[in-house]
Design a protein around this ligand. Structure first.
Ligand code: CP
Ligand code: NVA
Length: 303
């Protein structure tokens, strides 16, 4: 593993090893305190962030390294300077690059030219670090991953793609329900189904939210309009209304099901306060696990 652009690039063993390492780092943070001593991570944010920014920053510091934060105003990626020149310059100065951007191809181009590991901190297409933290959380709360029923309700977006890639490799039974026209990328679904055949997993795409959630162990949702889709927000609010995770929909899941959300949440839209604030919501555990999961990734790539 040289870069982390997508969970599709990792074998099932590589994902499992990262999860094991992340759990170990969470249990024994002191053991790794000097593992990346003196190493620098450049962080490029072309979209807002709370969790990704703080978890990478705190994570690299905990490993003995440090981060350099770059905002769009500073580097004006692709305009002030080409993506490849930004990558080549950073590659001479830092030991790793985290990039949050729009087109996935920008992250791929950076990886091609940087000469140092590039980590995808969210693109329009995928959010692999989120997927890792999420499956780490499922592992913690459900004690395993194989055959665990994960129901995702809402938009077939970047987060959904990463959950499909990771879930298929890990043998998860993944069901997604979306409105017509908002399904996950068909190539992601096709890849997921082929992979699931090898692992005993499952990838199903449905229209009906209640059918997807029925007897699920995990109910997952994300915002209806992702960053960059703000102009579609009103239309999406109308289209996605039947996909809101409220107590009635959550009630279709297994009695011990947990609720997950990558956050930020638009309370009252894709999820009600009663569900996200319920004792079965593990959303802040997911957020915390971003730190541990990404420490495992940075150690693997930059160590
Ligand atoms: N879940 C997540 O990536 O959060 P941020 O957008 O705040 O980084
Ligand atoms: N799908 C959301 C995830 C945010 C972490 C977005 O891209 O805005």
């Amino acid at each position: 593993m040289k870069h982390l652009l997508s969970l599709r690039d990792l074998s099932a063993d590589e994902i499992r090893n990262l999860l094991e390492r992340a759990l170990e780092m969470k249990a024994h943070p002191g053991r790794y305190s000097g593992a990346l001593r003196g190493k620098a991570l450049a962080m490029i944010f072309e979209k807002p962030s709370l969790r990704t920014r703080v978890s990478f920053d705190v994570g690299i510091h905990q490993l003995g390294g440090y981060s350099v934060n770059l905002t769009p105003v500073e580097i004006n990626l692709g305009k002030r300077e080409s993506v490849r020149d930004v990558a080549r310059n950073l590659g001479r100065m830092v030991q790793g690059i985290m990039v949050r951007t729009f087109a996935h191809s920008i992250a791929e181009e950076m990886a091609l030219h940087a000469g140092v590991p590039v980590i995808n901190g969210l693109t329009d297409f995928s959010h692999p670090c989120q997927g890792l933290a999420d499956y780490m959380t499922v592992l913690e709360v459900k004690g395993g991953l194989k055959g665990v029923k994960v129901a995702y309700v809402g938009d077939g977006n970047n987060v959904a793609h990463s959950l499909i890639y990771g879930g298929a490799s890990l043998g998860v039974h993944f069901t997604i329900a979306t409105p017509a026209g908002y399904e996950p990328n068909p190539q992601v679904v096709e890849w997921g189904r082929a992979k699931a055949k090898e692992t005993g997993g499952r990838v199903e795409v449905l229209r009906d939210a209640a059918a997807a959630v029925r007897a699920a162990d995990v109910v997952y949702t994300d915002v209806w309009a992702s960053m960059g889709q703000e102009s579609e927000a009103a239309e999406r609010r109308r289209i996605f209304a039947p996909y809101r995770v409220d107590e009635a929909l959550f009630g279709e899941a297994a009695p011990d099901a947990v609720f997950m959300h990558c956050l930020p949440a638009h309370r009252g839209e894709e999820v009600t306060d009663a569900v996200i604030d319920s004792p079965r919501s593990v959303v802040y555990q997911q957020a915390e696990n971003r730190v541990h999961g990404q420490k495992a990734v940075m150690l693997e790539l930059m160590g």
